[in-house]
Design a protein around this ligand. Structure first.
Ligand SMILES: [Zn+2]
Ligand SMILES: [Zn+2]
Length: 345
């Protein structure tokens, strides 16, 4: 079968190769991949930037995928050949304390599809049946493929940010995570939601955020504090969520929060940050973090996508599998928010 293989640790060493189709275990399912999305992580691995030293090559990339079931193992009961499915990226152990307490998102012994084990940028992928979800009939495979990043935003907003009905929320980073987090905040009953970006977001991302009905700010052009006071009639910020991974955003976010406010971090931060802890204590700011997601967040993501309460279809661009280089390069250049490869129809 054809596959995209990270062949070495060299920058951009990603090749289209013919490899053996995986053989499934009794508790596994073979999925014929229809769509696989390229995420920021894949771009980092493609370029082999710092923080991914644990990766063993050769490795088939891809952890955001959808497809049809082609084969089921003898012990699999919930899935059948021909079912439309999407896959979770996290293969949790199911046996550690955290898993036993329902916190599979922070399993002590988890593996990620496409990072620790071969991924979905291939015609077929073998996965444990417990990592699959049925794709609702009204959702195209390309949208189903991005249920994974949306599930991550839902974990942050629903379970890790203390957002209450009527709260005012500011979200940093108008990418797929920030935009889906903003829609999730609305679902959770937020009163006002603003999205903050930079000059880089001026052309594509901030206009999409505005189109979705959110207040938008460009930190490079304006003082958010001042602007918020004006457009929100002096209303205070209860919750700040950072999906940007920028320490500048974290600093700005902290200064925006009201006394007793809550900050949630779910970006990946390439730089460290020095904090004035006393000022945080005096203002009684609570900091939360959120990482990956659980089974329920995928089910929620599929439900909200299928009801269009979360709609990020404007961010997706599909590429034929053979044009993978262009898809990766467009992703790196940020001219496309969510490149999605099409393997089959
Ligand atoms: Zn991802
Ligand atoms: Zn575990």
């Amino acid at each position: 079968m054809k596959a995209l293989v990270k062949t070495s640790r060299l920058k951009n060493a990603l090749e289209r190769l013919d490899v053996k189709r995986p053989i499934i275990q009794d508790d596994e399912v073979l999925v014929q991949v229809v769509n696989v999305a390229i995420c920021g992580t894949d771009l980092h691995v493609y370029e082999f930037t710092a923080g991914y030293d644990f990766i063993q090559t050769p490795l088939i990339l891809g952890h955001e995928f959808s497809g049809y079931i082609a084969e089921v193992g003898s012990k699999v009961v919930n899935f059948h050949v021909g079912d439309r499915v999407i896959g979770e990226s996290n293969r949790y152990c199911g046996q550690c304390d955290n898993c036993n307490n329902g916190r599979t998102d922070i399993c002590l012994d988890s593996q990620m599809t496409g990072l620790h084990v071969n991924g979905a940028m291939a015609e077929y992928i073998a996965v444990p049946a417990y990592t699959l979800h049925h794709l609702p009939n009204n959702l195209p495979f390309s949208v189903g493929a991005i249920a994974q990043p949306i599930s991550v935003s839902l974990n942050a907003v629903f379970d890790n940010c203390n957002l209450n009905t009527g709260d005012n929320v500011v979200i940093f980073g108008p990418g797929i995570q920030g935009l889906s987090a903003a829609q999730a905040a609305r679902i959770k009953g937020a009163s006002k939601v603003a999205i903050v970006g930079t000059d880089n977001d001026e052309e594509i991302r901030l206009p999409i955020a505005k189109e979705m009905g959110f207040d938008t700010f460009n930190v490079n052009q304006e003082s958010i504090n001042q602007q918020l006071l004006t457009i929100w009639d002096g209303k205070e910020v209860d919750v700040v969520i950072d999906a940007s991974g920028s320490i500048h955003a974290v600093k700005d976010g902290m200064s925006l929060l009201k006394r007793g406010g809550h900050l949630t971090l779910f970006g990946i931060y390439p730089r460290t940050l020095e904090l004035d802890l006393t000022s945080l204590v005096r203002r009684n700011i609570t900091i939360h973090t959120s990482y990956t997601s659980q089974w329920k967040h995928y089910e929620q993501a599929l439900k909200f996508l299928s009801k269009r309460q979360i709609d990020i279809s404007a961010l997706i661009k599909e590429y034929p599998f053979e044009e993978f280089e262009k898809a990766f390069e467009d992703g790196i250049a940020k001219t496309v928010l969510k490149p999605v490869l099409t393997l089959s129809q």
